[in-house]
Design a protein around this ligand. Structure first.
Ligand code: PLP
Length: 360
């Protein structure tokens, strides 16, 4: 055991996992080219479609890779030289979509978005003739949660293929593929689903399935995943153990009910935000998801310093930022197996750093 195992985890991926997930991870990895494993995969697909409320005829692809591969593979498989792509660029993950389009030489425009959650979409008016819209539902680099309803309305009115990276809001905030007209939904194992990193899933609507490019790459060719997926298999060795963990977690979510799951994240986020009100820390964003709180010290203390002290003195891990926001903000995740008692460890540590008595 190294001291990684002793940390309190409040990062937006990886997140604190459930005991059941840890237990499954402790067993030998079984062989997977058989009916028993196919059944597991098919049940995962069914439950994911249910949770996302995917339109009839939608499918789930299971990619053994981190979330960025899910983003890149989706762009590569669904878009081509006839597209001109609108990318919502509100931070590091929006920029990643821009870089993916650049790398694959796809015509695109990245619109820089600041201080809005796009409830008012007039900033997008000029781009009505785009053929596809790429957005990170929650821009995790700074904690902006976009208004998916208004953005989806804009995409629908202008007949755009609507591709949503929901990696850091799936399970913790409301999302509905059917009513929000989402054609491709990208999710990943190590955020709200609270599993180890390594598995990404792309949910495709029938419209997206019809637009898949002919095979032009091996590992991430969506056609192969769809074909093998029909019998609950993947073209290459999948992250077998993570799929077993996913299976158990999805059963848990479906049994609890997705609304309850979202409510739990909301309660934890609100509890944290309320309990730290007496500290010189201000919420950085007006548009926060339940998944995360981004904080700015208002007393001139450096955010990097707070992140460092939390780790060194209290074994508490929150997420620092890079670049120009390095000293201005740090991020606290509410995703995963959170309880008020667990969050209290972080809250109490922050009070100690500020030499203040909590609740006085
Ligand atoms: C975490 C995250 C990703 C995936 O990042 P990886 O490091 O590739 O797993 C993608 N988009 C968003 C919005 C994220 O929060």
């Amino acid at each position: 055991m190294n001291n990684f195992c002793e940390k309190y985890i409040f990062t937006p991926g990886p997140v604190k996992m459930y005991e059941e997930t840890l237990k499954i991870g402790s067993f030998q990895t079984p062989y997977f080219r058989n009916d028993e494993f196919s059944k597991i995969v098919l049940e995962c697909e069914e439950n994911l479609l249910k949770i996302a409320n995917a339109p009839k005829g939608s499918r789930v692809l299971f990619l053994t890779a981190s979330g960025t591969a899910g983003m890149e593979a989706t762009v590569q498989n669904l878009l081509n030289e006839n597209d001109n792509i609108l990318v919502i660029n509100g931070g590091g993950f929006g920029q990643r979509f821009v870089e993916i389009c650049e790398t694959h030489k796809l015509a695109h425009v990245g619109v820089n978005i600041k201080d809005t959650n796009l409830s008012d979409i007039t900033v997008l008016d000029k781009y009505k003739n785009s053929t596809a819209l790429l957005i990170n539902a929650h821009e995790t680099s700074i904690g902006t949660f976009y208004n998916l309803d208004s953005v989806s309305k804009f995409a629908k009115e202008n007949q755009m293929l609507f591709i949503v990276d929901a990696i850091s809001m799936f399970i913790t905030d409301k999302l509905d593929m059917e009513s929000q007209n989402i054609d491709a939904l990208i999710i990943s194992s190590h955020k709200g689903l609270a599993l180890p990193p390594g598995l990404s899933m792309v949910i495709l609507s029938p419209k997206a399935i019809n637009k898949i490019n002919p095979k032009h790459q091996l590992y991430f060719d969506f056609n192969s995943y769809l074909k093998d997926g029909q019998r609950g298999q993947t073209p290459f060795t999948p992250a077998v153990t993570i799929i077993l963990q996913l299976h158990a977690r999805l059963e848990q979510i479906v049994n609890t009910g997705i609304e309850k799951e979202i409510l739990k994240a909301k309660e934890i986020a609100e509890y944290f935000r309320k309990e730290i009100e007496a500290l010189p820390l201000k919420c950085f964003s007006d548009f926060m998801p339940n998944a995360m709180t981004t904080l700015t010290p208002t007393d001139g203390k450096s955010a990097t310093q707070i992140v460092k002290e939390l780790d060194e003195k209290f074994n508490v891990i929150v997420a620092p930022n890079g670049g120009e926001l390095k000293d201005k903000i740090f991020r606290v995740s509410h995703m995963g197996n959170m309880t008020k008692e667990y969050v209290d460890v972080l809250i109490d540590s922050l009070y100690e750093i500020y030499n203040k008595k909590r609740g006085v």
